[in-house]
Ligand binder design. Structure first.
Ligand code: ADP
Length: 422
């Protein structure tokens, strides 16, 4: 080594080491520089393993890399080298020293050197090697950091890919769901249209049956014996009942298909209109109806609401024990953004286990002989109210009367401003 040119040597080191992030390349470049810049006869460069538990011999000068390269942490490297047949003994004119590669208290490796220098020359060489080792430590730490960063980036990329796969799956599932919903909607609409046209077409032959039975009774009055007359009457009654059923089914179908437009509706007016529809029935049964104020305004489709209230009131005066005067009470209750309208009667009541099923089409708890009806009234109430964004329900026990309720939105200021009240 040219003793007076350590700076130039270090400058050279800077040119060949530290330009890549490849550990093998950098350590090889370092030992190459070391053999050129000094007169070391033997050198062993150990690097701390990833887990920090051992040292790994990665580069050598003056002897070949042994098969076994792992040195347990804490073991004397000189002894370890000697055990592998490396001649490291200090001979007359040889000196050996070890330089730790440390940065911020982290041991990144050890450089073992055997030099033929002595005295001041040796001291100069040691200073140079020590500075170079410090520089290598910085390079090694940067490589480690870069590798850790790369691993994290790869992990982030993996997570990103997994996330985007998940998103794809979710979108596909959504598309499937939408397609299924659309198919279901189409099928439902088709079914409803079919039911509507069939119901409609059924009424004509029914009317013919009823008409001919009537003609039989009127035009052949003298010729039919009592049994024949009874048959003709039964035909008429059956035709009338079927016509009632079909009309109710058509009403249900209509409420399911019609376009619902909500606007503010005064409950008081809707109730009065419903009572008007039932005036005859109420009078015939001698029913008493009490309407309690205040009755606020709700957001509803007027005719659908009137129909729902009519059905509830009709049931309230109908399902009463024989000989009891029907008494109905109507009131409303504000519940946050909603209004609940109650219709209470003193009727026969409904067992709790039937509270849900009575809202389904054709569900009745009694024979037609006891209480006439088709079993569609409450289905129309539920369908209509739900289509207006509301809910229905009942509280009742057998023999203790019933309280049906309908809950609807209150109109927002905006709805008040936009639409006239009906
Ligand atoms: P319908 O009145 O034509 O029988 P609904 O759908 O209106 O059909 O009612 C279904 C069933 O629910 C009725 O048959 C009756 O058994 C029961 N129900 C409805 N309203 C009342 C009520 N207010 N009190 C007792 N039972 C009722």
């Amino acid at each position: 080594m040219e003793e007076n040119r350590p700076l130039e040597r270090l400058y050279e080191l800077g040119l060949v080491v530290g330009s890549t992030v490849n550990l093998d390349h950098e350590t090889a470049a370092f030992t190459e520089w070391l053999s050129r810049a000094s007169e070391v006869t033997l050198a062993a460069l150990f690097i701390t393993a990833e887990d920090g538990q051992a040292l790994q011999l990665v580069q050598t000068i003056g002897f070949p890399l042994p098969a076994e390269t792992t040195l347990p942490l804490g073991m004397d490297p000189w002894r370890w080298l000697k055990e592998r047949g490396v001649r490291t003994l200090q001979e007359d004119n040889l000196c050996r020293y070890a330089v730790p590669l440390v940065i911020e208290q982290e041991l990144l490796g050890i450089l073992c050197v055997v030099s033929c220098r002595s005295g001041e020359d040796l001291e100069r060489e040691q200073r140079l090697v020590s500075t170079a080792a410090n520089y290598l430590a910085v390079v090694l730490r940067n490589i480690r950091r870069y590798q850790a960063l790369e691993e994290r980036m790869a992990e982030v990329e993996r997570l990103n890919r997994a996330l985007s796969d998940l998103l794809d799956d979710l979108q596909a599932a959504n598309r499937n769901l939408e397609a299924t919903a659309a198919r279901l909607r189409d099928a439902n609409e088709e079914l409803e249209a079919f039911a509507y046209s069939v119901s409609h077409d059924l009424r004509a032959p029914l009317r013919a049956m009823e008409g001919f039975a009537q003609a039989l009774l009127e035009d052949y009055a003298g010729e039919l014996d009592p049994q024949g007359e009874d048959y003709a009457r039964r035909i008429m009654r059956a035709a009338q009942r079927m016509d009632r059923l079909i009309q109710d089914l058509l009403a249900y179908s209509r409420v399911s298909r019609m376009e619902i437009r909500r606007s503010p509706v005064r409950l008081r007016q809707a109730i009065e209109e419903a009572l008007g529809n039932l005036a005859e029935e109420i009078q015939a049964r001698g029913a008493q109806v009490a309407i309690e104020e205040p009755l606020p305004t709700v957001l509803a489709h007027r005719s659908v609401l009137v129909q729902a209230v009519t059905n509830l009131l009709s049931n309230a005066v109908k399902f009463v024990a024989h000989g009891v005067q029907p008494r109905v009470r109507i009131w409303a209750e504000e519940r946050g953004e909603r209004v609940r309208l109650w219709v209470e009667d003193n009727g026969i009541g409904i067992a709790p286990e039937h509270h849900e099923r009575i809202f389904r089409v054709f569900e009745r708890l009694h024979g037609v002989e006891t209480y006439p009806g088709t079993g569609i009234g409450l289905a129309i109430v539920r369908k209509g109210v739900e289509r207006m964004g509301g809910q229905v329900g009942v509280e009742s026990e057998v023999g203790q009367g019933s309280r049906f309720w309908v809950e609807l939105d209150r109109p927002s200021r905006q709805a008040w401003g936009n639409q006239g009240q009906t």
